[in-house]
Design a protein around this ligand. Sequence first.
Ligand code: GLN
Length: 475
Amino acid sequence: MSTLYHQLTLKEAVEAAKKDGAAPILKSIKERIQVLNPKINAYLRFNANVKASANGSSALHGIPIAIKDNICLEGEETTCASKILKGHVPPYDATVVTKLKNAGATILGQCNMDEFAFGSSTENSAFGPARNPWDLERVAGGSSGGSAAAVAADMALAALGSDTGGSVRQPAAFCGVVGLKPTYGRISRFGLIAFGSSFDQIGPLTKNVEDSAILMNILAGHDVKDSTSATQKVPDYTKALTRNVKGLRIGLPKEYFVEGMDKEVEANIRGAAEIFKKMGAEIKTVSLPHTPYSVAVYYIVAVAEASSNLGRFDGVEFGLRADAKTLKEMYFETRNQGFGAEAKRRILLGTFVLSAGYYEAYYLKGQKVRALIREDFNQAFREVDLILGPTAPTPAFKIGEKTSDPLAMYLSDIFTIPAPLAGIPAMSLPSGFTSAGLPIGLQLSARPFEEETIFRAAHAFEQEVQVYKKKPNLT
Ligand code: GLN
């Protein structure tokens, strides 16, 4: 029987490419995309003619990788799933793309997302929702829903997403894959089209923890083109995969087990804590008392930053330009036609909270509460090395279930928003399934720049429970 290359992990694919070359891997994945993308809508664009990179001697050996459509790809349309960027072709690559290319990877295509990364379900894409490979009537999560669905459905060996308030981790949880939001500044944001500049981080979505570590080795590091990128030395993350969690102190925040949370999710996460305990970790209850304010703070500070970042899309320099008689009408019509409802809502909210007379009551106060949330984590990390909880309060919801109620959608981000507010790293990894067969994600967060501790615990857990081996039935 011939190898089913699309089913390989990144690590296995690199090994296979050394023997067979990258071309059969690329072919197998392209065929998979051609069959499944019409159903799942994970890719907005994929390059059917892309050739396996000639750079076969380097770390990734021509391996194809997918990226989210807000990461600039030189010479290819990049739209953030928005009509306003229709026809926008960046003249340069994002630093993460340059790094992947230098490591020998082939960029396979650009994945679906909520418009400008505003959302938790990919339903805000101007090009239709991505569907969850485990149940096509359900959302893939968001905003990196296309990237997560592509990896879960073996339409990509690995993909990049971006996370501002949960956009790598929540779709990873909904689709049953591994998603890491690194420490703020760990990966360069150069060429990532900005949403909330004090939150945004690019992160890998992979089939398992080891692949995430392999990609982090390539992606992390300082970049002169991004002054917010950190100068800390980049460790070899694969060295953290020791399968040993003895003595690790893991905290369960009492605020992460809330009213209204899905019972099966809660039982699964408590069970995961027991598994860590059996493996030799110490489990403690901790408190993050300002958690209940995190959604409100995020939807003030992040929308303020978004409204200012989106000011540049006015029909002059990028993408769409509407016909109009005067310059002012042109701005108005371009934005009116180009932005979807959620983008308009956030621009309005953000402009409001930054406006004279309201700035102190909203934005400034929001920043103060953000400092308290960060301090909650500082306190907790004096007692524990990791914080464990659910990634999301429920498994993937039905397409259309929350679209008429933006607040319900915002509240579903309760557990993923605190990490980017505090700038700390956090990972979602598969921890089991509901009785209906939907994936459940477990979240581990750590002190800034301690991704290695996350990798160590996540890998040990993954090897113990082996949840990731189960695949959606898509035939
Ligand atoms: N769902 C959150 C929001 O709508 C987070 C999105 C993200 O991380 N880009 O803002």
